[in-house]
Design a protein around this ligand. Sequence first.
Ligand code: MN
Length: 227
Amino acid sequence: MSYAIPSWDLPSVPVVGSEDRFPVRRIYCIGRNYAAHAREMGADEREPPFFFLKPGDAIVQNGATIPYPPATENFHYEAELVAAIGKGGANISVDDANDHIFGYGVGIDLTRRDLQEEAKGMRRPWDMGKGFDASAPCSEIYPAATIGHPTAGAITLTVNGETRQSGDIGDMIWNMPESVAYLSGLVTLEPGDLIYTGTPEGVGAVNRGEEIVVHVDGVCDLTLKIA
Ligand code: MN
């Protein structure tokens, strides 16, 4: 097989304990999955989950430095637990959902909040607020075979060492199996898909020259610098 233009490498992240990398296909993100964050964004607490996408090549490696993105003056961090789908499927049951998860990582759902808010106000899509270049930093993936399926534990985010977000992944409105099951009723999940599972309260702006560190208990730390 040959292509009419030069092809490119699959986006990927390392797998801990392996020489192999995890190839990234689609990046699904859950909106408002922690009650206190839903409240700070002006929503009710137990609406059905909703999803948006980032392109797979928005992935940024752990420890990277990214440029401050264009077209925003309100660039926000959102600390999130990431699930990596190893086995695809449609209409997956809650009971079976963990069998489809290869492992877990730590991510940031970077957001051009001003563009997102403008889109909300005009009833337009969120893509340019959420799915821009380098908008999906993700750590290495820890296989569930090694760390299990985390259901509770601290999720924190610091900017230049100052704590900005401090939550617990046990406080997700829709837990991981419920989220996988619900999403798989909307689209057929495929190996390589990532699910960013929403952020706790305390979202805010990050500026040029600052360093973000996200920690999830039982998974790892993710570091990102803004040039
Ligand atoms: Mn988010």
